[in-house]
Design a protein. Sequence first.
Length: 413
Amino acid sequence: MWKFSNPIKHPIPEAHWPTAEEVAGSLLFQPIRIGSLTLESRTWVPAMVPWRATEEGFVTEANLDWYRRFAQGQPGALVVEATGVRDIPSGPLLRIGHDRFIPGLKKLVETVRDASGGHTKLFIQIIDFLSVKRRPEPAKFFERFLRITWHHRHSIAELTKDSNWLGVDDARVRSFLKDAADEVIDLVLSPHELESLRFGYRERVTDMHLPHVRELPLVLPEIFADAAQRARECGFDGVELHYAHAYTMAGFLSALNTRDDGYGGPRENRVRLPLEVYQAVRERVGDDYVVGVRFLGDEVIEGGNRIDDAVYFGVEFAQAGFDFLSISKGGKFEDAQQPKVGQAVYPYTGQSGYECMPTTLSDEVGPFGRSVPLVAAIKRAVNAAGFMTPVVATGGIATFEQAERRSLIPIGS
Ligand SMILES: Cc1cc2nc3c(=O)[nH]c(=O)nc-3n(C[C@H](O)[C@H](O)[C@H](O)COP(=O)(O)O)c2cc1C
């Protein structure tokens, strides 16, 4: 995991239960309107994946236990973890990409209703992600995975000053690379190929040579709309579209998105698919259903979005009609640490991962409410544009006092 070079240990402040008087006088425990619903309080449990689903994406007893415990605390809102919108394997992550997932998710809804005595509104976060493969054994990579091209032959010919390399077969190139030193490999492989070798193959929204990536704008609106319709059928009070962290929709929003099909480049293009997905979802679930969005106040990666991008997106989302904006930070692949061979790169291991889930070993700013300035900037801009869309903050908000000072209320891990 990434660490500050001279970390400062910040003690966790002692938490106490607020008294009845404190509760009555607080903003935290006041109701708030979210679209067509009223939350009884502004306490909000954001989406957190506990990796407790079956390998096939079904709800387990362990999932029910996890959500039952949160529900017993009767938060105003509870958001179920990132749940896959497609009908594809995704390990022990919940899925909502087919009707067969409905019975299990209905049970989850009932469990939260019972455990919270009906006091908690329940949303589900829905997510799309692209393919990420495990870091390969180098020999296997060169023998099987790497697609040999003219560029490889050309680079080897230049390096060895031997033009015969231009005419050799693939097997010869593979064998050369398998035995080559790292510095040679650095010169022969493209940055994308080097990443596949050292971190594992990972798709990006900019991989326009892949038909299924090129076609994302054609297919995603309906896939998200289908998932949202199922969420409504299961009895969830609303859906949260996952446009944050390292996943497909965040990839479209990212300043690193250079797609040349009108869905990349300037901000207006990068927000286009996220808005089209929203429209498709809204048309499917109707105006009386809560549709919120989670996105990043800052990507915390080189060349990535900063707060001015987030402010622009926030206003666009509010104007489009999203019922709430939930702000996260970081959580990207671009600065993730190198995984061991056989493991997949994990987007919460770099500095952007720290900023996503700050811990007490921090810098002088400390972990508590670290993302609140971003949230405040987005909220100010949304309000200034004439919208009262609620904005949710998360990240190191650990006590009643900390939450109360910030007026919108996150309780994550
Ligand atoms: C175990 C775990 C799983 C998480 N899973 C998700 C997720 O599915 N979707 C999401 O948007 N954020 C996810 N997050 C981020 C949290 O929602 C939250 O933004 C983050 O933990 C910061 O809040 P905290 O400091 O109160 O923990 C996860 C965090 C943790 C600790």
